[in-house]
Ligand binder design. Sequence first.
Ligand code: SF4
Ligand code: SF4
Length: 277
Amino acid sequence: GCQGGSCGSEKKSSLANHPCFSPHGHGKTGRIHLPVAPGCNISCGYCVRKFDCANESRPGVTSRVINPEQALWRVEKALAGSMGPYLAVVGIAGPGEPLANPNTFRTLRLVKEKYPHMMLCVSSNGLLLTEKVEELIEIGISHITVTLNSLRPETGAAIYPYVYWKGEKLTGLAAAERLIEQQLKGIEKAAQAGLLVKVNTVVIPGINDEQIEEIAEKVKSLGAAVLNLMPLINQGIFAHLEPPTVTEMTQHRQKVATILPQIAHCRQCRADAIGLI
Ligand code: SF4
Ligand code: SF4
């Protein structure tokens, strides 16, 4: 049997089973997001903090933050409802940075204890991923999404106004360098540990849209399994930018489709989303 989730066949089947990681998973599997993680350790130019994290969310819709017990209750209710038979994935995607919130780990432990067969998924900006990989594995998380928007510190400095690192507020190039370094290390460590890694990249015209191929090549070399390109939602300091058109997004996806499988059906779901995807 496959232990620990690092063998090829296990990876393949969970790729197919998790609706957000499979190009074909659409409409067959249910997932629920538990909004237990309000705080964030970085600032993204496209994020308006009173809304959900753009990692996996549709910004502009607030979600009420709940505690781990309420979250478990929400899973129980969902399993008892009409989606129950389809519910296969419990994800934590915000509204802030899941790995920076202790309640993320408490919640996932509660869910895994009660429902050992549920797939667990976390979405992250990657800053704390290297130091949390062991704990994620120990709890039984199988899938992680990392939002990575550039490999270049100069570009990162335009996207991230600041990064909190070990109690210090970094800005400019120092902030971007630290974040990118941690994201890349984290993706590699998570993939090596047997987690299925999806990378989300927000396509920001004029900022990182010329860098999509180099991002795809790099994260593939580090072990990422899937790349999900998301169009910018223009708000925050990027309110003045035109989001990429549907045609432009299709072109970007075609360019990198030979490098990594693409997820084109992602709905950038809310931190408190529930349903079939
Ligand atoms: Fe907002 Fe998410 Fe970026 Fe944090 S990581 S600033 S919550 S978009
Ligand atoms: Fe996981 Fe993201 Fe899918 Fe939620 S939307 S289940 S966090 S991959």
